[in-house]
Design a protein around this ligand. Structure first.
Ligand code: THU
Length: 130
């Protein structure tokens, strides 16, 4: 079993957050997915003037990873500028369950001082599958 450097992964998510494009919500989010090979794939939320086209940080990271053939995701860190650990939206929970089912998910606050560690199944019990 691969040792996950939780603090490093969270600091990568916090760094990714700095690239967020969130002029409408002013709610930047960062994420970092870790593969079984030790690769780190970062993502941030990217909004659009046509609001519904906006994409969350978690999905950017997971879609980037999968589109590059990096499919064995062992961990995913998510961070936002909030006092308590960020809570992923329902859509991201559904995508995490499917694309990173074995991942340990680390949910961080604004500086990594408060972190929740969860499984995809805990984030989305009885999630939809085909
Ligand atoms: N957001 C994420 O990036 N991840 C989440 O899990 C929750 C919401 C983004 C979407 C939007 O750009 C902003 O946060 C406010 O909803």
């Amino acid at each position: 079993m691969q040792k996950i450097d939780e603090k490093r992964l969270i600091s990568k998510a916090l760094a990714a957050m700095e690239n967020a494009y969130a002029p409408y919500s002013n709610f930047p989010v960062g994420a970092c997915a870790l593969t079984s090979d030790g690769e780190e794939i970062m993502g941030c939320n990217i909004e659009n003037a046509s609001y519904g086209l906006s994409m969350c940080a978690e999905r950017v990271a997971l879609f980037k990873a999968h589109s590059e053939g990096k499919k064995d995701i062992v961990a995913l860190a998510v961070a936002a500028k909030v006092d308590e650990p960020v809570s992923p939206c329902g859509a991201c929970r559904q995508v995490i369950l499917e694309l990173a089912p074995k991942a340990t998910v680390y949910l961080s606050n604004k500086d990594g001082s408060k972190v929740k560690k969860m499984t995809p199944e805990e984030l989305l019990p009885y999630g939809f599958t085909l």
